[in-house]
Design a protein around this ligand. Sequence first.
Ligand code: AFP
Length: 338
Amino acid sequence: MKPVSLIQFLIEERRAGHINAELSLLIEVVARACKRIGVATGKGALGGVLGEAGTGNIQGEAQKKLDVISNEILLEANAWGGHLAACASEEMEDPQQIPDGYPKGQHLLLFDPLDGSSNIDVNISVGTIFSVLRCPDGVTEPKAEHFLQPGTTQLAAGYVVYGPSTVLVLTFGHGTHEFTLDREVGSFILSRRGIRIPEATAEFAINMSNQRHWQAPMQRYVGELLAGKTGPRGRDFNMRWVASMVADVHRIVTRGGVFYYPLDAKIEKQGGKLRIMYEANPMAFIVEQAGGAATTGRQRIMELQPTGLHQRVPVFLGSKEEVELATRYHLEADAAQG
Ligand code: AFP
C-alpha cells in the first residue's frame, strides 16, 4: 500500500467536503509546530530544556521550561498562518489575539501545549492536545466568551504523543485516524484509518492514590474491578496509570481500555482536575469518533456548556461498556439520594 501523507489525507478530506481549505492549512501548521516540539522534547538534558522555568501558569502550577517553549512554538507558528482569529492555551490566562499586520482567519484554536509535563524530567511520554472551533461571525477580537462553545461544535480535535515514536491522532467528525512521524522524511504518514475502540475492556486507568477521596459510586465501581473474578464482575481487570492523559488515552485508542479522573473531595471545589476546553472536549471527540464514550460520570462531556476557559470537569472516557456502567452507578446513586 502506498503511504498516505497527512497532506494527502487533508486533501482527501477537503475533496470529501469534510473540511475547508482554511481548516486543512491550520492542521498543517499545528502538525508542523508539533514536529518542532517533538525535536525540543527529544533533546532532553542535552538541550538544556529539562526542569522548571521558574514561572507559574493561570492554574497555579509551576511551569516546566518545555511548557513555555512548546507554548511559544505553537503561538509563533499560528500567529502568521492566517487561519486563526485567536488562540487559547493552558499556559495563558486570556486568549492570544493575532498580531496586527497578520491576516486573520475564521477559526479559534485551543491547546494544552505539553500535557503530562510533570513526566518530562523522567523521560515518560508527554503530548500536545488541541481543539478547533469556529469563530462566531462578526467577531474580530475574540474574547474568552467566544471560545465557550460545547464540545459538539468542535470542527477538529487531535493530540500528538512524543514517545518512542511521534504519533498524531486526529478527527474532523468523520472517524478518528492515526499518523506516525517518519523522522527521516519529516512527514506524518497515515498509520491507522478509521480507528475503532473495543466496546469491552479489562484494562482501567485511574490514580488509585486518590481512592479514599472518591465519591461512593466510584468506590463501588473500582472496588468491583479490583475484586475481579471473586466479585460481581466475575472477571479480572488490570490497571495502568501514566499520569500523562495523552499517553493513557493513546493506549486506549490503540488497544481499548478506560480512563477516569473522577471528582473527589480534594478537587470538588474546583470541579475536577482536567480542563474541559483543551483536554476533556478534544479527547471526548476523538474517543467518540472511534466508537468509545466520554462522560463526566453524569452526562456526555461534549454536551456541556462551558463556563470558563480553564474550567475543570470530571472525565470518564474509553471503551463504551465500562464508561456507561460507571456512569450508571453515579446516576443510580444520585437518584437514590433523590
Ligand atoms: P501535568 O501536565 O501537570 O503533568 O498534569 C498532567 C494531567 O493534567 C494529565 O495529563 C494527567 O492525566 C493528570 O494530570 C495526572 O494527574 P495526577 O498527578 O493526579 O496523577
